[in-house]
Design a protein around this ligand. Structure first.
Ligand code: KG4
Ligand code: ZN
Length: 348
């Protein structure tokens, strides 16, 4: 029988998408190491993550990354009490590499295994650096998910909204791909929008949902049709047609579309968050997490809604917004305290 009292230091592994990550968390020091190998550049030429390439690189990098996480924390397996692993959701081939490694380590070193849901990692990531009063509203926006949660405690949360089609990060990536700006789209679009002063000249539609749910595929299509209308995209050839533009005109196009798109996403986020606060009046704080939460403009939009309602707004620092193993280690520690362990039959 594993006693939760014996668990004070956890090694966590995260390989759900295109980051090979490992981290060490201890009750005494908090996050002791948080290292990762990002495959971003390897996927950039394809405009998105290629699952087969992702799993192959996880195999190449998993052992050096685990070694590095232990080295930075100045630890060996003697002082690690449990192995945590993200086992869902994610790319199957990627998850399997992490899971097989975690199981092998748990078996060889006779350590308990703790299974962590990747989304729970994102949801609770803001607690690593902040005290957040429960219950609070969490907006989680990444490349694969866009949801609103009411978080009641470390062990209880409910999803009150989801995306009915694309995730917000996916919309950033698709619009950037449409404009041939590169991957991942979020940071590029944010920097172009900043140069444009976050103005909204293209007025893309803000879909009015009767529920709190999100929808971003219509916004991406609105950008596409706008480019067609401006004579900058050919539906027949399915490609950008900007050869007739001067370099300045091309830059202007990128900036105006990026800025209008970002302001539109900001309006959608602010509207959904405000509506949630009206529906759930006992909410005491808002947290904004996931890769899209790296966006300073969107952070400011969420903070403005929180300020209007006189509640706290928090977000993790950048290293804990995008995929990382520190958030997995943190959730694993909470699970260990509650005696929630897995065994070697764990699957993805
Ligand atoms: O959480 P994450 O690292 O991976 C997933 O679990 O998906 O999120 C990656 C997503 C990408 O779609 C990327 O374009 C988006 O987060 N992202 C941003 C920004 N930085 C990353 N989106 C908007 N603005 C940013 N600054
Ligand atoms: Zn993620």
């Amino acid at each position: 029988m594993i006693s939760n009292k014996n668990i004070s230091c956890i090694l966590a592994i995260e390989t759900s998408c295109d980051e090979t990550a490992a981290a060490v968390y201890s009750a005494e020091h908090g996050i002791e190491s948080n290292v990762l190998f990002s495959q971003m550049e390897l996927h950039a030429q394809y405009g998105g993550v290629v699952p087969e390439i992702a799993s192959r690189w996880h195999i190449n990098k998993i052992i050096p990354i685990i070694d590095q996480a232990l080295k930075v924390a100045n630890r060996s397996f003697d002082t690690i009490d449990a192995i945590a692993i993200t086992n869902t959701p994610g790319l199957p081939g990627s998850l399997l590499v992490g899971l097989a490694s975690a199981k092998a380590l748990a078996y060889v070193y006779k350590k308990p295994l703790i299974a962590v849901n990747h989304l729970e990692g994102h949801i609770y990531s803001a607690h690593i650096e902040n005290e957040i009063p429960f219950p609070y509203l969490c907006l989680a926006a990444s490349g694969g998910h866009t949801s609103l949660y009411i978080v009641h405690s470390f062990y209880s949360y409910e999803r009150i909204a989801k995306t009915v089609d694309d995730a917000a990060g996916e919309a950033f990536d698709k619009v950037a791909k449409l404009l041939q700006l590169g991957y991942p789209g979020g940071p590029i679009i944010e920097s172009l929008a900043r140069e444009e002063g976050f103005t909204d000249t293209r007025h893309y539609p803000r879909l009015k949902h009767t529920t709190l749910d999100f929808s971003f595929s219509g916004l991406k299509t609105a950008v596409l049709y706008d480019l067609v209308k401006m004579g900058c995209y050919s539906m027949q050839q399915k490609k950008l047609t900007v050869e007739h533009l001067s370099e300045n005109e091309r830059t202007d196009l990128n900036k105006t579309v990026s800025s209008s798109f970002l302001v539109c996403v900001g309006d959608i986020f602010a509207q959904r968050v405000a509506k949630s606060l009206a529906l759930y009046p006992d909410i005491r704080a808002i947290s904004f997490v996931g890769g899209v939460a790296c966006n300073k403009y969107l952070q400011a939009r969420i903070a403005a809604v929180a300020e209007k309602h006189s509640i706290l707004a928090v977000k993790p620092s950048g290293q804990y917004c995008t995929d990382n193993a520190a958030m997995i280690a943190f959730v694993a520690y909470k699970k260990a305290q509650a005696g929630l362990f897995a065994d070697l039959s764990l699957d993805i």
